[in-house]
Design a protein around this ligand. Structure first.
Ligand code: HEM
Length: 272
């Protein structure tokens, strides 16, 4: 029998299609992709906390990440895949629910539901909009090309100075803090409820995981929010000269204003 004639392949494919097509399967996949995205957020938040340690650790960390293309690109593709799956399934399940219940309940206020649980699609869409701006800001350099072009005295992308300059705008810093509040709402329900989608049924465990979800959401979002708040409060980035302040185009390593090591350099008038 050739592999094409094997009766098992169509069976497995049909089972996989049936699993994804069923609400239970789609919810389980949504929970797993959500868990993966939370994992990314924990790692990203941990990396960002190095902003509190100064330019050297932050820029060395960013350079080390980008210096591993065999790890970076599969991780980026995996992240994109999880993200598309998560968003796609959210719309799929929402459409399926609307079809199954075309007439809204007289009262939408379901017993024991919270504002966060009833507005997951809204908070998810707002996080998506934030992400679009965030990638244009720090990853693609589309919104602040002059900040993105900075390099430090060692010739590395000056991620530290880029973030500091970005958050010196109170509007940008405030938008990030607001986005972290929305993310906290999304995660507080998402992380608490995903375990039910993965089959947890014990009420005591479900309740404990719901509380853990709130704690995890707060830890992640407060961790992120400390960076824009730190820049506005002046605890992060005091050594970074203002771009509009003029002065010498290059600040040598070890001679940065404020006595910190590895001050930012503006090469050829701010362009790398
Ligand atoms: C205050 C909060 C945040 C700060 C300061 C921040 C900072 C950054 C920076 C500096 C980069 C570029 C890193 C580099 O080029 O080396 C980046 C990339 C990224 N951030 Fe954030 N981030 C924040 C919150 C978030 C949140 C909440 C999400 C997701 C919802 C997120 C998702 C991403 C993604 C997907 C990338 C691209 C990663 C890649 O290039 O592979 N960030 N962030």
């Amino acid at each position: 029998m050739t592999p094409d004639q094997s009766p098992e392949r169509p069976c497995l494919l049909a089972a996989a299609r049936g699993f994804v097509g069923s609400s239970v399967g789609a919810k389980a996949l949504m929970a797993l992709s959500g868990l993966g995205l939370i994992g990314f957020l924990v790692v990203h938040m941990g990396g960002n906390l190095q902003m509190h340690l100064g330019p050297e650790p932050m820029n060395a960390y960013a350079k080390a990440l980008k210096g591993q293309p065999l790890v970076l690109w599969p991780a980026r593709l995996g992240l994109l895949g999880m993200f598309l799956l998560h968003v796609g399934l959210a719309f799929h399940l929402n459409a399926k629910n609307a079809k199954a219940r075309p007439i809204a309940y007289a009262s939408d206020r379901a017993v024991a539901s919270t504002w966060a649980s009833r507005h997951m699609l809204l908070t998810g869409a707002l996080v998506l909009a934030f992400l679009g701006y965030h990638l244009a800001h720090f990853t693609l350099g589309l919104t602040h090309a002059d900040h993105f072009a900075l390099v430090d005295a060692q010739g590395r992308h000056d991620v530290y100075a880029m973030v500091v300059h970005g958050f010196r705008s109170p509007v940008v810093a405030g938008s990030y803090v607001l986005a972290m509040f929305v993310l906290a709402l999304h995660l507080s329900h998402g992380f608490g409820s995903l375990w039910r989608s993965l089959g947890t049924s014990s009420p005591a465990l479900v309740d404990a995981l719901r509380k853990a979800g709130i704690a995890v959401a707060l830890a992640i979002t407060l961790g992120f929010a400390t960076v824009p708040i730190g820049v506005v409060a002046g605890t992060i980035g005091r050594e970074v000269p203002r771009l509009d302040a003029g002065g010498p185009p290059v600040t040598e390593l070890g001679a940065a204003p404020g006595g910190r090591e590895a001050g930012p350099v503006r090469v050829a008038g701010g362009v790398r």
